[in-house]
Design a protein around this ligand. Structure first.
Ligand SMILES: *Cc1c(COP(=O)(O)O)cnc(C)c1O
Length: 403
């Protein structure tokens, strides 16, 4: 039977302590115990259902984690204060000094910087590879490799990872496949395709209102328990904990995710097709011209579409900047990093979100100066948006064609 992530979220039922339709918010950092013995047992990890201290976990965070675990179809999940606050403890939990990571080279700039500049200080080395080539990935695996790391749809080049192929490699070499699914919530369910750990920056589509940062780690009960272990758990000890008030507000936004993703996808597909017809160099996984269109289609939970992210290449950074400023001036969206907002957001990744990647490496991976990354908004009238964007492109001399 096909996996239905939004149904799983809808089927959850919880009430507040006074019968409220939303769970009550646990506005406490610490919890009382009726007996000293129970406090001891809780520290030892032997008192299920008891709360200890809110860096460990809290009822509000557990509700949000449970909903996201349902969405990804994993045993459980734990929420964190940011996406990076999810990614870094996972890597530090899975790797010790001397260990090795094989990672996609097109990943979020912060993750790239962490693996490239930070973890070598702990003697954890990373080989960055073209994740779309399974033979290249396999060749990079050494006897010290512990983790295969990728994004389902990569930032910002929108390369698509073959999750099943990578999971088979992970199994063969006894590695953990860690997938950042931030760009494709609901559309792709990596754990169903064999990923061991699925991470999201909740900051983006899942929360969807650009009012907070947040993250989640979805995985087995054993792995999540390890992350929260009071003695050696990376989440517990590094302390990147989400606040309860925020967890409760993200949970409320999560309930409309399926409707939002459908609209983001519909609008992005419309614009991608039009841009391509107009002769713009357009990258969108929903286009037949995308090198991984077939692969993405085979992984897709169809009803949610190919997502809200697309890129165009307008030739130079100057043109890109001119166009973005004009589009913002015409109120077509904001010149801002991040994604998943109700308004369209655009930025030039080479000088912003991927600026951690050195220029020669950017060139090698095809990250050009004139690239604009769009997170397409929830616009009700996308035809009008397209017309207005086209006018901007003519005005700055990007579109010579008069269509
Ligand atoms: C934004 C982002 C992150 C980092 O998340 P924060 O919430 O900003 O810490 C990680 N991965 C991807 C793909 C992202 O887009």
């Amino acid at each position: 039977m096909k996996f239905k992530p939004a149904n799983k979220i809808q089927d959850l039922q919880y009430f507040g302590e006074f019968g409220g339709v939303n769970p009550s918010i646990s506005d406490s950092s610490t919890y009382t115990f009726l007996s000293a013995k129970t406090m001891f047992d809780t520290f030892e990890g032997n008192a299920d259902g008891c709360y200890l201290y809110s860096r460990h976990t809290s009822p509000s965070n557990l509700y949000l984690g449970e909903a996201l675990a349902e969405m990804e179809g994993t045993e459980t999940a734990t929420v964190t204060a940011s996406g990076m606050g999810a990614i870094t403890p996972v890597l530090l939990q899975l790797c010790s000094a001397g260990d090795h990571v094989v990672s996609s080279r097109t990943i979020y700039g912060g993750t790239y910087a962490f693996l490239k500049n930070f973890t070598p200080k702990l003697n954890i080395q990373t080989t960055f590879v073209d994740i779309t080539k399974l033979d290249v990935v396999e060749a990079a695996i050494t006897e010290n490799t512990k983790v295969l790391y990728c994004e389902t749809v990569s930032n910002p080049l929108l390369e698509v990872a073959d999750i099943e192929g990578l999971a088979a490699l992970a199994k063969k070499y006894n590695l953990k496949l860690v997938v950042d699914n931030t760009f494709s919530p609901l559309s792709v369910s990596p754990a169903q395709l064999g990923a061991d750990v699925v991470i999201h920056s909740l900051t983006k589509f899942i929360n969807g209102s650009s009012d907070t940062v947040g993250g989640v780690i979805c995985g087995t009960q054993e792995f999540i328990d390890n992350l929260r272990n009071v003695n050696d758990g990376a989440c517990m000890l590094l302390g990147s904990t989400m606040d309860s008030l925020r967890a409760s507000s993200v949970l409320k936004n999560l309930r409309t995710l399926h409707i939002r993703i459908q609209q983001h996808s519909k609008n992005a597909m419309y614009l991608a097709k039009k841009f391509e017809e107009d002769g713009l160099k357009t990258v969108y996984p929903g286009l037949a011209s995308h090198p991984s269109h077939e692969l993405f289609s085979s992984m897709l939970n169809e009803e949610y579409g190919f997502g809200g992210m697309l890129t165009i290449d307008v030739g130079s950074l100057d043109k890109a900047n001119e166009l973005m400023e004009l589009m913002q001036h015409k109120n077509l969206g904001y010149l801002a990093v991040s994604l998943g907002f109700y308004k369209t957001l655009f930025s030039a990744p080479g000088t912003s979100t991927s600026s951690e990647i050195p220029e020669d490496e950017q060139a090698e991976m095809g990250l050009t100066d004139g690239l604009i990354r769009f997170s397409i908004g929830l616009d009700n009238d996308i035809e009008r948006t397209y017309q207005m964007m086209t006018e901007c492109m003519r005005e700055v001399g990007i579109l010579e064609l008069v269509s």
